[in-house]
Ligand binder design. Structure first.
Ligand code: SF4
Length: 354
């Protein structure tokens, strides 16, 4: 059995100095945990600082507009996290009198908070002995105990949870959780960990049995779907000013709440003429008033379960937008950078020099 005292000592000496580690404010810990879901610490740190600077207290976040929050979140991906952050801030302010819930089960009821985040907040802020189970922790435990079950199977996860329930330091559960995550991320890395220098090499069964390279085992379940996005970047002049069209994504799909150009999604890559011919209703005015100015290179955006294959078609529109311009937002091109957009659109705008 690994010596947890040794782990905590290692953590004392080696942990990274991060702003959310020097606070016990549940708002700040919660914010950091939401930002760090699916995000590396070096990338998330800057966002955390920007959020705390703009919204120093949960009330400030609750009173902000959704567009303002999404704009600040821009580039971080998984935008449902930002929308849920906003909803939870409102819930805490309006239903809990501004006091963050104090127990694992109460925290778990908050929007956007799963078992991992609830355990992290409950243990770090409120000393509740709830182990966190993230990828780093699962890898570490599966190697310590040479667990052959897949860590993404129900029985594999249960086995790891049972072990963690035994291992957790009941007096310092927050420190235990952070040390497990830090050791997993920083030392027991997925590939080529430096086992000969490891403080656990005498207790680690994967090392003893020469199984480090094959653990943790995982069932491959991820099916990746290809999607094809064709954006119409339509420019037109009115009263001497250049305008374009934008639309806020409302559907329960990726990037909900972000703005984008009129989008035609197709089942496969489609030629430009066929695309416009089959989607005339998407075009404001009549097709003969449109001049295609450029077709962008292909932009590929990879998500866990989706590959978004994208091209942007830049067009000049010589006329006034007709009735079918609805539901698009007629937007002065000079203000386009004030809208929250996906990283993909952000890249394209950068490439256009906008
Ligand atoms: S000996 Fe290697 S595999 Fe085992 S805990 Fe240490 S770094 Fe990880």
């Amino acid at each position: 059995m690994p010596n947890i005292e040794k782990l905590l000592q290692w953590y004392d000496i080696n942990h990274r100095i991060l702003p959310w580690r020097s606070t016990s404010d549940p708002y700040k810990i919660w914010l950091s945990e939401i930002i760090l879901q699916q995000t590396r610490v070096d990338q998330g740190l800057n966002y955390y600082l920007k959020f705390i600077d703009k919204f120093p207290a949960i009330e400030d976040l609750a009173h902000a507009g959704e567009d303002e929050i999404l704009k600040l979140w821009q580039g971080l991906g998984y935008y449902s996290r930002a929308r849920n952050l906003h909803k939870t801030a409102k819930t805490v302010c309006h239903q809990h009198g501004g006091i963050f819930p104090k127990t694992y089960h109460e925290i778990l009821k908050l929007k956007g908070v799963g078992p991992y985040t609830a355990a992290a907040i409950a243990s770090i802020v409120f000393d509740e002995p709830k182990p966190v189970v993230d990828g780093n922790v699962m890898r570490l435990v599966s190697r310590w105990y040479a667990i052959d079950e897949a860590v993404n199977s129900a029985s594999g996860i249960n086995q790891i949870k049972e072990i963690l329930a035994q291992l957790i330091d009941k007096n310092q559960p927050g420190k235990f959780n952070q040390a497990m995550m830090e050791f997993g991320a920083g030392f027991c890395k997925p590939k080529n960990p430096d086992c000969f220098q490891c403080i656990f090499k005498d207790q680690c069964l994967a090392f003893q049995k020469n199984k480090v390279a094959i653990l943790p085992r995982k069932n491959s379940t991820v099916k990746v779907k290809n999607r094809y996005f064709n954006y119409l970047f339509i420019n037109f002049i009115q009263d001497g000013e250049i305008f374009t069209f934008l639309k806020k994504r409302q559907e329960n799909d990726i990037w909900k709440g972000l703005y984008e150009f009129p989008l035609i999604e197709t089942l496969h890559e489609t030629g430009i003429m066929e695309l416009l011919r089959n989607n005339e209703e998407m075009i404001p005015g009549s097709p003969d008033q449109l001049v295609i100015e450029s077709i962008s290179k292909k932009y590929l955006h990879k998500l866990t379960h989706q590959r978004i294959n994208t091209c942007f078609i830049k067009m000049e529109f010589n006329g006034s937008p007709g009735e079918n311009a609805y539901p698009y937002l007629k937007t002065p091109l000079s203000t386009i950078r004030t809208y929250p957009v996906s990283r993909l659109t952000d890249k394209y705008l950068n490439d256009c020099g906008l």
